[in-house]
Design a protein around this ligand. Structure first.
Ligand code: CMP
Length: 140
């Protein structure tokens, strides 16, 4: 089915100046960027976005990292977009990420892991709505 998923290029990858390289991988896989915005997240925005992880031991480091510099936030649309994006990203821990994946190629650690992607249809819908109003999304 055609799906939408939320993608974030994290501060480490933005600092490496590889936004375009990452967008090319999405586009080569047949995913369309139908909304995008650069932002330097506030602590409140990052905590709200990652609220499901609030009790996890890594929560503070995660929020600290995600607010350490600008991020690029986008909605990707396409056939099987949620799974495809996760395949393009590779495993959460870059040490376990397969060759040719974003995290293998651009990430340094499980915190500075280059990108985020929604993990299921329900979270994708929530995450897209967290950052984008309906009239900011431009399917075609
Ligand atoms: P992300 O897909 O953005 O979702 C939560 C983030 O927490 C994850 O990527 C990692 O960058 C970060 N994180 C840090 N430690 C862990 C861990 N042990 N397990 C899962 N995610 C972690």
């Amino acid at each position: 089915a055609v799906e939408r998923t939320l993608s974030i290029i994290k501060p480490d990858a933005v600092a490496k100046n590889v936004i375009g390289e990452i967008y090319a991988r999405f586009e080569k896989a047949g995913l369309k960027i139908i909304a995008a915005r650069m932002a330097h997240l506030s602590r409140e925005q990052a905590e709200g976005f990652y609220a499901v992880h609030k009790e996890r031991p890594f929560f503070n480091d995660l929020v600290g990292f995600m607010t350490s510099g600008p991020v690029m936030i986008q909605v990707l649309e396409g056939e099987d977009a949620i799974r495809k994006n996760r395949e393009i990203m590779g495993a959460t821990n870059p040490k376990e990420a397969a060759a040719g994946t974003l995290r293998h190629d651009y990430a340094e650690s499980i915190d500075a892991n280059a990108c985020h992607g929604s993990d299921a249809p329900e979270t994708a819908a929530q995450e897209v709505a967290y950052f984008f109003a309906d009239d900011e999304i431009c399917p075609r």
